[in-house]
Ligand binder design. Structure first.
Ligand SMILES: Cc1cc2nc3c(=O)[nH]c(=O)nc-3n(C[C@H](O)[C@H](O)[C@H](O)COP(=O)(O)OP(=O)(O)OC[C@H]3O[C@@H](n4cnc5c(N)ncnc54)[C@H](O)[C@@H]3O)c2cc1C
Length: 255
C-alpha cells in the first residue's frame, strides 16, 4: 500500500517553513514516520488516508495562523485529538494539515456558582477529570466511556453519548458556548460568552452553537468551550435489576 503526499517539492518545503515559524520547528513534521501515525483512526476498519503535515499549536492565535495558511494554499485541515472516534471521521482523505490539538489541554476556568468550566479545544478526559478531582471535587462533567487520552470536545460537538445523557441529552446539550476558528481564519464566539465574561449558557442572543455541532470539525476548529458541570454526588455506581428494559430505564431516570 502506498502513502503518497499530495504536496511535493518546493511548495512543501515552503509550507513546512511557514508552519515552523508559527508553532516552532519541534511542533511540526512532514516526515513519513510521524505523519503515518495520523493516517489511521485505530478503532475502525476504515481505509487509511494520508496527510502532508502534522502540526501542534498551543493557542487560538496559532490555530488561526495555520488555518489562514491552509486557506491561502487551498489545502485541507483536519482537527485531531486522539483519532479514536468510531467513524474514521478524522482520517485525512485528501492530504493537508492534521492539527493535533493536544497541547491545548488546559482547564481555563471553573465557575462553581454557575457550574461550568471553560476548557481548551484539545483537552482530554484524563486532563479534565484529573483537574476537577484535584481542584473542584464537588463538581463533575458528563463523561464518555472512552479512554482517558481521548478528547472531550469531539463527543460534545459530534453528538456523543455521555454518562449523564439521561439527564442532559447528547454531548451537544452540555455545551454552553464555543470559541471557534473558522475555515477563513476569523475567530468567532457563540453562546453567552459573546456579550458577557460568563460562559454560563447559550442565551441571550440567537443560538448559533449548532453551526459547529454535527459537522465533525468541518465548519471550524473549536479552541475553547464552555461546558456544563454537575454536582459530584457520592453515589455513582449502582446495579438495576428489572424484568424489562423499559422498567429499568424508568428506575434509572428516577435515580
Ligand atoms: C473503548 C471506547 C469507548 C468509547 N466510548 C464512548 C462513549 O461512551 N461515548 C462517546 O460519545 N464516544 C465514545 N467513544 C468514541 C470516542 O473515542 C470518544 O467520543 C472520544 O472522546 C473522541 O475523542 P477523540 O480524541 O477520539 O476524537 P478525534 O477522533 O480526534 O476527533 C473526532 C472528530 O472531532 C473533530 N475534532 C476534534 N477536536 C476538534 C476541535 N477542537 N474542533 C473541531 N473539531 C474537532 C475531528 O476532526 C473529528 O472529526 C469510545 C471510543 C472507544 C475506543
Amino acid at each position: 500500500m502506498k502513502f503518497l503526499s499530495t504536496i511535493e517539492g518546493e511548495g512543501k518545503e515552503r509550507i513546512l517553513k511557514e508552519l515552523e515559524s508559527i508553532v516552532g520547528s519541534e511542533y511540526v513534521s512532514s516526515s513519513r514516520e510521524i505523519t503515518f501515525l495520523y493516517h489511521w483512526d485505530f478503532v475502525t476498519a476504515e481505509k487509511p488516508g494520508c496527510c502532508d503535515f502534522v502540526v501542534m499549536p498551543s493557542s487560538t492565535e496559532e490555530v488561526q495562523e495555520i488555518v489562514r495558511l491552509a486557506n491561502r494554499e487551498k489545502i485541507p485541515v483536519i482537527p485531531w485529538v486522539s483519532g479514536m472516534n468510531f467513524g474514521g471521521i478524522c482520517i485525512p482523505r485528501k492530504g493537508g494539515i492534521v492539527v493535533d490539538l493536544r497541547r491545548m489541554n488546559k482547564v481555563l476556568e471553573v465557575n462553581e456558582d454557575d457550574m461550568y468550566a471553560v476548557v481548551e479545544g484539545g483537552i482530554t478526559w484524563g486532563d479534565l477529570k484529573g483537574y476537577l478531582e484535584k481542584h473542584h471535587p464537588n463538581l463533575r462533567a458528563g463523561i464518555t466511556w472512552s479512554p482517558a487520552g481521548t478528547g472531550v470536545i469531539p463527543p460534545y460537538i459530534c453528538y456523543g453519548m455521555l454518562d449523564l445523557g439521561f439527564i442532559g441529552g447528547t454531548g451537544a446539550e452540555f455545551i454552553n458556548g464555543l470559541e471557534v476558528v473558522l475555515p477563513t481564519g476569523e475567530i468567532v464566539r457563540v453562546g453567552s460568552c459573546i456579550c458577557t465574561n460568563y460562559w454560563l449558557g447559550r442565551a441571550p442572543l440567537p443560538d448559533l452553537v449548532g453551526l459547529f455541532i454535527g459537522w465533525d470539525g468541518t465548519t471550524g476548529i473549536v479552541t475553547k468551550a464552555g461546558i456544563k458541570l454537575w454536582p459530584n454526588l457520592p453515589r455513582k455506581d449502582f446495579i438495576i435489576i428489572a424484568d424489562t428494559v423499559d422498567t429499568g430505564v424508568k428506575i434509572f431516570r428516577k435515580l
